[in-house]
Write a protein that binds this ligand. Structure first.
Ligand code: GLY
Length: 254
């Protein structure tokens, strides 16, 4: 169960955030409304939400998940794989000192974004992507081993982050789309398949027996609900325009 989440209010500089989405510029006012709704939903799921102030220096800093991996035993500060995000880790490290005694940090030449890391119990799958290299992922796996956990690598072909296309919903259920449907390492999961035309919904999050999915994906909703989950739809269109999804918008703590 998660007890707490950390989020960061988007700044107006989000309009110059990184994107490949081709969906147009985000509407800042709408993004603020959607972010507030996201916080409300996390609270409904029983989480105490700490809201960090917007940081205009970093246009993508509302995607707070990428800059740290939180486990039951330790926090691992990542090393974002793109220069415009590299400074985002400094402040999050200070914040996490309030919650963790054990804090590790990925060093160069490693790069890692935690959007590329999926937790399945005490095992972590690490996507090798444009934002996470083998050196960085290897450092994370060594940290995990130090605290009695484990990790393994997954090569990505197309998507930005591992969790762009795959999400673990506990009870051996794995939501997956596209290239992840056939990956050998995921074949022992019960795969809940998301169709290509709703692939954005593959980024969803399990929060204390509820599943948050993006609003507007009826087939994905039906598939996940059929597996027995209580669904909450959240409208995150303005973050989708920056390649961001539901998981990217929070760090969830035990
Ligand atoms: N816009 C999210 C990212 O590319 O990091």
């Amino acid at each position: 169960m998660f007890n707490r989440a950390i989020v960061r209010t988007p700044g107006e500089s989000m309009l110059s955030g990184l994107t490949t989405a081709n969906l147009g510029l985000p509407n800042y006012e709408k993004a603020l409304v959607q972010h507030a709704e996201y916080i409300k939903v996390l609270e409904e799921c029983g989480l105490q939400v700490s809201v960090l102030a917007k940081n205009e220096q970093y246009p993508d800093s509302t995607f707070v998940e990428d800059v740290a991996l939180l486990t039951k035993e330790c926090a691992i500060i990542t090393k974002p794989g793109t220069p415009s995000r590299s400074g985002e880790t400094v402040e999050i490290k200070k914040v996490l000192k309030d919650y963790y005694l054990n804090i590790e940090e990925v060093r160069e030449p490693g790069i890692v974004e935690a959007g590329d890391i999926m937790m399945v119990g005490s095992h972590f799958y690490l996507g090798i992507s444009a934002r996470t290299n083998e050196n960085g992922a290897g450092q994370v796996i060594e940290f995990l081993k130090k605290y009695g956990m484990s990790g393994s690598l997954v090569k990505l072909d197309k998507v930005l982050h591992l969790k762009t296309g795959v999400s673990y919903l506990e009870q051996n259920n794995l939501v997956a789309t596209g290239e992840f449907l056939t990956k050998e390492e995921f074949q022992n999961f019960n795969i809940l398949e998301i169709a290509d035309d709703e692939s954005y919904a593959a980024n969803c999050i399990w929060v204390n027996d509820r599943v948050l999915i993006p609003k507007g994906y009826p087939k994905a909703r039906e598939t996940i609900a059929s597996a027995g989950y209580s669904i909450i739809e959240v409208d995150v269109t303005e973050f989708q325009k920056l390649d961001g999804g539901l998981s990217c918008l929070s760090l969830r703590l035990f």
